[in-house]
Design a protein around this ligand. Structure first.
Ligand code: SF4
Length: 545
């Protein structure tokens, strides 16, 4: 039996077994570099804690296994645990988190000394379950913790406390994500790649530990990036990327350096999707051509609002109409039939009013709209009891000073509750959430709707070329695929991943299907069958929806 030291359970519930999320694989890369055999498993393809995942864990966990880690991403999806739980569930409140308890018991039966750990950026009652929790970028801390578990000399920290606030990873600039065969790289799949960490801006609705960083900091070295991209190509044939870089165009010098030292020196051309700021593109128009030459195929902006007053308040002060006029020019010029354009929008900002959603709809459906794709969210403001570690810069200006902007929280709820009201503009979270649902439900019927944003990478991973994605609407793509819907395309990839995963470990596949998908809510989030294993088998409809 192979000695496995660390196991990370992760998943992308938007694309089970498909496009990977970066955190688990970054942590795994650091551990592997330090001699720890680490396996990463996408849990979202299993029917809760079912027989297949139990067989898989039984084959991996031995007395050599130091820990098994849960990425917060899939906690809700698999164990049916409320996200952002801040108080323990008791028998009088309702059912306890039985699946999570079963999972812990199962792991401890295989190895009574195994540690269970978790990481992510949300609150949960980890200590109640004896789960050690790592907050923040844990690239370095996790190696130290693993050394401590392995009783190696020189481990710096004590880990009896139940929680570790990780330091920033100052070796980021020379770090890579190094995939291995056990990560199951499906042919043609896009992967995330980190180019930098942090953002030079501090928009009032946004908070991450490295927001407000100094320009030029936390940028990966070009030789390191080039060798990472080359390795992925030579080993797995990877050419498509999702750039993990909060504001990729924060500096023209950075873009030029990456082009000169990385992309132009590769023996192939990459395709990538990335966050960009449209106001910066307008200010530095030379970036338009540079980004296209670098391989940009899907630009994801955050224009956020059409309301100039709201734009100013949030910290994105360039008039939205001027930005959109500039975008129209480049969509008809340099980016024509080359680059998809998408933007995020927020409803419920301080200067918004009851008509804001209708005005946005009118614009999105007008012939003046240069966007191929968009996503709309209500403004999220977490009340204080849901704030993540304040010391880790994860609290937004709107959260810290909500009263100043007219927000209040009349309904207190000890679980997830973001039911703000704003008497100044007459809006509430409930009201704008409904407006968002009404708007979002119609997106797919828009005659010019494309698979833009980060969905472009998903569809490309299902075998559709970027040239088709840019030049054809979603409806035309469906037609090309014999009316197969995106959910079905992704489902097939998930099935492929699951079969390849079990085959990699030489295990039989008892249930080749994926769990049932259920539409969950505002962001098109999908919650799926964490309770499937409790349903009678003949009622378990596992077909894609
Ligand atoms: S919204 Fe975008 S630009 Fe603003 S702080 Fe967040 S990551 Fe940076």
């Amino acid at each position: 039996m192979e000695k496995v030291h660390c196991i990370i359970l992760t998943g992308n519930s938007q694309f089970r077994g498909g496009v990977k999320t970066s955190g688990a694989y970054r942590i795994a890369s650091e551990l592997r570099k330090n001699g720890y055999n680490t396996k990463v498993i996408d849990m979202t393809v299993f029917h809760g804690f079912d027989e297949d995942i139990q067989n898989l864990l039984s084959s991996l966990i031995s007395t050599d296994t130091l820990w098994i880690g849960i990425s917060y991403n899939f906690l809700k999806d698999i164990f049916g645990v409320d996200s952002e739980r801040v108080t323990p569930v008791t028998l009088t409140d309702g059912p306890v988190d039985q699946d999570l308890i079963d999972f812990i018991r199962f792991c401890r039966t295989l190895n009574p000394n195994i540690k269970i750990i978790a990481g992510g950026y949300k609150k949960f009652v980890w200590k109640v379950y004896g789960i050690h929790y790592f907050a923040g970028y844990s690239d370095e801390t996790i190696v130290d913790y693993t050394n401590w578990c392995a009783k190696k000399a020189g481990a710096q920290l004590s880990y009896h406390l139940g929680e570790t606030k990780s330091k920033e990873f100052d070796k980021f600039v020379t770090s890579q994500i190094t995939y291995t065969d056990s990560d199951i790289m499906l042919p043609g799949v896009a992967v995330p790649i980190e180019l930098s960490r942090g953002c030079i801006f501090k928009c009032k609705f946004c908070a991450f530990p490295l927001n407000g960083k100094t320009k030029g900091e936390w940028i990966k070295r070009t030789d390191v990036l080039r060798s990472e991209i080359l390795y992925n190509y030579e080993r797995f044939g990877i050419t498509d990327y999702i750039f993990a870089d909060d504001t990729h165009n924060d500096s023209t010098d950075k873009l030029r350096l990456f082009y000169d030292e990385v992309y132009s020196k590769l023996p192939f051309k990459i395709n990538f999707s990335s966050y960009l700021r449209l106001d910066l593109l307008m200010r530095f128009p030379e970036q338009v051509q540079l980004l296209k030459e670098s391989g940009l195929r899907s630009a994801v902006f955050g224009i956020e609002t059409l309301n100039p007053k709201s734009a100013k308040i949030i910290g994105k002060g360039v008039n939205p109409q001027e930005q959109l006029a500039f975008l129209r020019d480049i969509k008809n010029g340099d980016w024509k039939n080359q680059v998809l354009t998408s933007s995020g929008w927020i409803i419920g900002l301080p200067a918004d009013n009851i008509d804001t959603a209708a005005e946005l709809r009118e614009f999105l459906w007008s012939k003046d709209n240069p966007l191929d794709h968009w996503s709309i969210s209500p403004l999220y403001i977490k009340p204080k009891h849901l704030w993540f570690e304040e010391s880790m810069n994860m609290t937004t200006e709107f959260e810290k000073n909500y009263e100043k902007y007219g927000y209040e929280f009349p309904e207190y709820n000890s679980f997830s509750s973001i039911n703000w009201e704003n008497k100044k503009n007459g809006l509430s979270f409930k009201l704008v959430s409904q407006q968002v649902i009404n708007l979002t439900d119609r997106n797919i019927t828009h005659p010019n709707w494309h698979f833009g944003g980060f969905a472009a990478a998903d569809v490309a991973s299902c075998g559709v070329s970027y040239d088709d994605l840019v030049s054809r609407t979603a409806h035309e793509i469906f037609k090309m695929q014999g009316e197969k819907k995106l959910g079905e395309m992704k489902y097939e990839k998930g099935v492929e991943y699951k079969a390849a995963l079990m085959n990699h470990y030489g295990l039989p596949l008892i249930n080749p299907k994926l769990p049932e998908l259920q539409k969950l809510g505002l962001r098109g989030t999908t919650l799926f069958g964490y309770r499937d294993n409790k349903k009678p088998k003949n009622h378990d409809n596992n077909e894609p929806t």
